[in-house]
Structure formats: C-alpha cells, structure tokens
Design a binder for this molecule. Sequence first.
Ligand SMILES: [Zn+2]
Length: 503
Amino acid sequence: MRILWLILIVPLQILGLRRTNKVYEETYKVYYNYADMTDRLQRFSQKYAHICSLVSIGQSVEGRELWVTRITTSPTADVPGKPRFKYVGNIHGDEALSRQLLVYLIEYLLTQYGRDVRVTELVDRTDIYIMASMNPDGFEHAVEGDCIGSSAGRENAKHYDLDKSFSDEDKHFRKTSEDIPEVTAVMQWILEKKFVLSGSLHGGSVMATYPFYDGSSYVTSGLTTDDALFRHLTRTYTENHPIMKMNNPDCPEDPNKSFGDGITNCLILKSWGMQNYNYFKGNCFEVTFGLSCCKYPPASQLFIEWTNNKEALLAYIHQAHIGVRGFVMTRSGFGLPNATISISGTDHNITTWMFGDYYRLLLPGRYDITASSPGFLSNTVKNVPVIEGKATLLNFTLEGPVEEMLLLDPSEQPMITNDRLSTPGPPTSRSPIHTLDFQHHSYDDMEMFLQLLSAIHPSITYLKSAGRSVQGRNLYVMEISTNPGVDQQGAIAYGHILLHTYT
Ligand SMILES: [Zn+2]
C-alpha cells in the first residue's frame, strides 16, 4: 500500500513542477467555473505577459478573487496617454453568458495582437480592463440552461443584488462592505482608474440602457446633457450585433419583446445602478447591455453567441478614442491631477487623472472647452473641432500665482514617463519627463510625446504639420527657438526638425 501511494504522488509532484503557461485552444463548448476560469486567466497572463496582466481587486463574500485582466502595452504600469476602458460581466451571477464571452474576448485580443491590424492598434492605444465576473459566488449557484434565473445565483452570497447596490446616497439602501465587498471593490476601482468608457454586461433580455437623471432625484427620469453621446455609444454596440440591430429580440420571458431601436434608458426605482455610479461619481461613461434572452444559455449556444457579440464588443472599445484628449499642466510642466474639464453645452464635467491627462468623449462638432483647477486661472479654448473617429488633442497650461506652492514636492508628482521603460528606478532628474530610453516609437507614441513637449515648453517650441502622409499621418515639424512660430527676417533656418517621413 505504501509503495502504491509513492507511485501515485511522485508523478503528480513532477507534473506540478513542470506546469507551464500553455493555454489550451478554446472549444467554445463549455462554461468555466471559478477554478477553471482562474486557471485560464492566469495562463493568459503568463503566456502574454508583454501585453497582459492579471490582478484581483478584492474578494467576494465567499473569498473568491475578483479577477481583472488588463490588456495593453506596459500592462503593469500606470502610464498617461491611453484612455482606460473596462468591461464588467456576470454582475448577476446567473447571467452567465457575459462571463464566458469576456474570457473569449480576452483570448481573442491576446492571440490576434500582432496579427490583426485592428486588434493591434486597439491594444497599443487603449488600456483595456476586463472583469469577466463581478459575482463569482452567485455564478457557482447558477444552473446551466436556466433562462429565467430560477436558481439562487442572481445575488451575491449575502443576498444582495450587486447592480442595485451602488446607491451610496440613499441611507435606506446603504450596505456595509461586509455585505457587498464586490461593489465596494468596484467602486474603489472606478474612482482610482477614472475609466473613460465602460460596458456593463447582463442577460435575460436583449437591450441596452444608459444613465439618465433629472438633476435632483435618482428615482425619476430625465435626459442627461450627454444623451446624444450615450445614444451614439449604445448604437455602436447594437448596430454591430445581428440580433440587437433587428429591433425584435422576441425574448419569451421578457415583456419588452420589441424595443424601438434597441435602446432604453430605464432606471430601476430606488436603485442607483452601476452605470449611474460610473457616470455621476466616476469619470466614466457606461452603457448596460443585455446580451441574450436566456440568462444562462446551454453551452451549445456559446459559439453562436460569441459570433453575435464579437464585432460589437470590439467596436464599442474603439469608442474610447472619440472626442478630445490631452493634458492639463502648470507652466513648469507638471501634470495637474483632478483638474476639471468643462464642455460647452453639457453640465457634466470630468477631471484629469494622476498625470494631468484627460479624455472627454464627444460627438463631432465644435466646443468651447475649459480647464480649471483651484489656485490656477482657468483656461478656455473656443471652437475646438472634434471630428469623427479620432480624439482631438488639446493641452492646457494653467497659470496661477500659487501654482508651485500647491505642489508640495515636485519629486512626488506622478512623472510622465516613457511607457516602455522596462525597469523602474529612481528619477534621473526633476524634469517632468524622464530620461528616455533609446528605441523606436510608434506614430501615436511620437505624436503624444511631441504634443507633450510642445505643451510643456510653449515658449521655445512650435509644433506644426508640414502635410500629411498617404495614410493621413501628420508630418510633424518641431521648431525650437527663442521666438517659435514667428518667421524672422535674416534668421538662419535651423532648429527646425522634420521628425519623420512616412511611406
Ligand atoms: Zn443583470
């Protein structure tokens, strides 16, 4: 008997030691439980460590990790210059489809990076966070094939509906972090990351909702001043979804068998859903999507559901790049965190992140845009053009008599770093830009860096485009002189640098 145990145990230990990061090919035929999903996400993060990291932002009531997969270049560092996007799935534990589809999306982004031009650009330019399951405890109680949620998996292990637990302003509905650790963790995550755009994924209906508000109460209806933008964001998903765009999901258990253009902005009474918390408390525009009539469809339908949603999931992430973006800085070149960005025609402001960078989603048009921060003179730029598809770069430099006093210690300011510095070390100087490593830069990297230099040193630099390449990229010229941007008779034409020609 003793000999038999040795025979059994030793090979398992060897197997354990030899465990690799091999990721088995997706079959689209089976749901992952918590252990399987955890294993798969860990393997992804090991195999694709150059563009993927996995962190837990907290634990569920029953101690399961709240996994977040991050996909971007430099996936373990906070860097400026990329809008932060998130998807959150499986908020209701018995709505299982989104959880599975988000695992598929993670794999798709990772495996197509470097192969598919669109995916590569998306990962290069966007800081993508994917929480496949916000309610891992509920999921473990849910039953495959249960379309109407008759099992006990909808709520968390303390029987709270997580999506209805973001109402931190209503004392009657206030819960403790022991009751809803999942919500507490997500709230902190939202405030910390200042996401730009988000999708909240549900099931049991095929529909989309977005925030609205009447300005005084969160129990009645009213359009936000961003309503047109929300409708655009929502349509981006629905028009790329073959069922949603037909406007007739015909869900047998859903009384709303047809719905206008697939969009409804219903607000559940007495609940401040996650999407409203994102919009009114965070920096983030979030739309809620119901992906399927059946909450937990049989695994045999997973591949067709992935096919139905793949384009929509990708197209929606792209929307993080519309509007206007840039930095708010002091004249000394330090980024101003929490500076306010206000847009003419809307009462909804957003604030800058830790580097002074901001991203404000907007529809095409012209806007007066104001940056302000306590202790500084506000700065308004009028008639800023916003075009379709790509954000306009607009940097602000704020002046104020007490500006440097507010910065307690410049060395403690978040530094704008080259995002590919591989090993963090002590700052090499007090300059807001670290010494750069020597490497090739993508067009977007270079564009951002030049715009940043120009914003930091407006008195000696002048950045202009000498034209555009065949593919529409600017041919940037940076003039460095004591009188930049002004032609001087007799001046020797040096200090102009044509930074790249594209073929
Ligand atoms: Zn739901």
